[in-house]
Write a protein that binds this ligand. Structure first.
Ligand SMILES: [Zn+2]
Length: 61
C-alpha cells in the first residue's frame, strides 16, 4: 500500500504525482517537490490550511 499525492489535486497545474510508503515519507517527497519545482517555502508548507488541503488530497493505492 502506497500513499500518493497528485499536484493537481491540491490545485497546482502540474502532472507530478508524489509517492511514499507511508504518509510521513510521502510528506517529505511532497515538500521537496513543492520547494524545488513550485518555489514554496517551508513556512508556506507548514501552514495549517495548506496541510489540510494536502492531507485531504492524499490517496492510498
Ligand atoms: Zn508539482
Amino acid at each position: 500500500m502506497a500513499k500518493t499525492l497528485a499536484c493537481r489535486d491540491v490545485g497546482v497545474d502540474c502532472p507530478y504525482v508524489s509517492r511514499g510508503e507511508t504518509e510521513e515519507k510521502l510528506m517529505v517527497e511532497v515538500a521537496e517537490h513543492a520547494k524545488e519545482v513550485h518555489g514554496y517555502t517551508q513556512e508556506q508548507l507548514e501552514d495549517p490550511e495548506m496541510m489540510k488541503k494536502v492531507k485531504a488530497a492524499i490517496k492510498t493505492e
